[in-house]
Design a protein around this ligand. Structure first.
Ligand code: AMP
Ligand code: ZN
Length: 473
């Protein structure tokens, strides 16, 4: 099946073909965090969807060139450093570090480039772009000394967000980085220095000031990836005004279509409202880890719903993630044990076809249909577990399913790290699975006692043994 994505620009599912003449390289830009605080898990839902997208493209043999920017100067970071009474760079540095640590905890692949908006190289490109827009009459310096994009001069303005510019009452100019559709107006490209900006200022042909948030992304994207991108992602709140403005600025300069496919993920909700800093209803990854959940459990909980469907965050959802992962873990453990055994079935009756495993990848080809993909995975787990119970799964078939899992996991990245179980405990649990397969119940019970003495509790369930560290141990 061909790879297909829902394109926000056309509001249609479209077959994917990269711009690259050889059809292999994919240029992808993803709006990164505004580093004025710790990212919340709603932000990470967006980054996890992008990670799934990148990993699936790579599984399908594309080479992804990916940029994720860090917004380290904008209205929010300036407000934050003023309140903290710190220089901007000192204020944002710990949030940058925390962001990279969180990416690792959630097993999100690192982008090839993490440009920072305050880098003088990028500021220079922003200034160049603004100069070109002014020369083309697409931008102007207003009485307040700031430079604005003239939206009426760009007929395509509004095409991404799907509104008709003629029907909108323009409110004139809007200096804020973020605003609602009701306040649509000429947006700021360069914001003249204002005393609330303190010492955050750069020199420009229009006087000292700082860039608007939107021009930062246009400059960093085109500087690193060139004038045209295959894929640009973000959460749906980025569609307007941020991405709409990115199109106007970039196409205003290059005269070329900026982005071929726009992909946006729906929000992570809490009690039916968007999880956001401004509503105060957010959890950071640290909050979730402090409740005893792991990075991979959080990864699963945030990935398991299709990216275009809203996902409600609940602690029950975290428990479900834990149960699902334990199921995968014990299935893998059983397969490993079986694959390591001598072939001892003369006529394996298992009719489980490895081809069936392709259903997982086909589902992801279909606009990253993760729910269908996970459905296929759990069907296979159920059937192979049954065959293991009945002693009809050959050790060759067990090995084939482990190979299949390697491909699946190159996309999901959910295999338990070996470090999660101390070696001695991992060895004892594996030996106990072998004892149980050999129906040596006494040995199995002895091992349960040994594990208990070491502080680990084993429970036998229909999906295999579950091992947990006893609280207080
Ligand atoms: P920000 O740091 O606010 O610029 O947001 C970074 C990314 O997170 C953007 O792509 C946003 O669209 C996305 N985002 C923000 N809140 C949520 C949420 N509740 N659910 C999903 N994505 C979000
Ligand atoms: Zn952006």
């Amino acid at each position: 099946m061909a790879l297909r994505f829902f394109n926000t620009y056309t509001r249609q599912v479209e077959e994917f073909a990269p711009l690259d003449a050889a059809g292999r390289t994919v240029k992808m830009y993803t709006c990164g965090p505004t580093v004025y605080d710790h990212a919340h898990i709603g932000n990470f839902r967006a980054y996890l969807f992008e990670d799934l997208l990148q990993r699936h493209l790579e599984l399908r043999n594309y080479t992804v060139q990916r940029v994720m920017n860090l917004t380290d100067v904008d209205d929010k970071t300036i407000r934050g450093c003023q309140t903290a009474g710190m220089p901007l760079a000192d204020f944002t540095a710990p949030f940058k570090r925390a962001f990279f640590a969180d990416l690792e905890t959630l097993r999100i692949k690192r982008a090839d480039y993490f440009p920072e908006a305050t880098d003088q190289r990028h500021i220079d490109v922003m200034i160049d772009m603004i100069g070109t827009l002014i020369a083309r009459n697409l931008a102007y310096q207003a009485d307040d000394k700031s430079v604005y994009f003239r939206i009426k001069a760009f007929p395509d303005y509004g095409k991404l967000a799907h509104f008709n510019l003629d029907e909108l009452q323009s409110t004139g100019r809007n200096r804020n980085d973020e605003y609602e559709k009701e306040s649509v107006g000429d947006f700021a490209l360069w914001k003249a220095w204002d005393e609330v900006d303190g010492d955050v200022r750069w020199e420009s042909p229009w006087g000292s000031g700082r860039p608007g948030w939107h021009i930062e992304c246009s400059a960093m994207a085109t500087e690193i990836l060139g004038p045209r991108l295959d894929i640009h992602c973000g959460g749906i709140d980025n569609i307007f005004p941020h991405h709409e403005a990115e199109i106007a600025q970039t196409e205003g300069v290059t005269g070329k279509q900026f982005v071929r496919y726009w992909l946006h993920c729906a929000h992570l909700l809490v009690d039916s409202q968007k999880m956001s800093k401004s509503l105060g209803n957010f959890h950071t990854l640290r909050d979730v880890l402090a409740k005893g959940y792991s990075g991979r459990e959080t990864r699963y909980a945030l990935l398991r719903v299709h990216y275009r469907a809203q996902l409600n965050f609940t602690w029950e959802g975290m428990e479900e993630a834990r149960v699902a992962l334990a199921r995968i873990d014990s299935w893998l453990e059983r397969l490993r044990v079986r694959a390591a055994e001598e072939e001892n079935i003369e006529h394996p009756t298992s009719n489980i076809q490895p081809r069936r495993g392709e259903a997982f990848f086909d589902a992801l080809d279909d606009d990253l249909n993760i729910s269908a993909a996970l459905g296929a995975l759990f069907d296979i787990i159920r059937e192979t577990n049954r065959a293991l119970d009945e002693g009809t799964l050959s050790s060759t078939a067990a090995g084939a399913w482990l190979d299949w899992w390697k491909r699946v996991d190159s996309v999901l990245a959910l295999t338990a790290a070996a470090a999660e179980l101390p070696a001695e405990i991992a060895e004892l649990t594996a030996a106990r699975v072998r004892a149980r397969l050999a129906q040596d119940w006494r040995k199995s019970d002895d091992m349960r006692d040994q594990l208990a003495a070491l502080g680990w509790e084993v429970r036998d369930t229909k999906d295999g043994q579950k091992i947990t560290r006893r609280s207080g141990a």
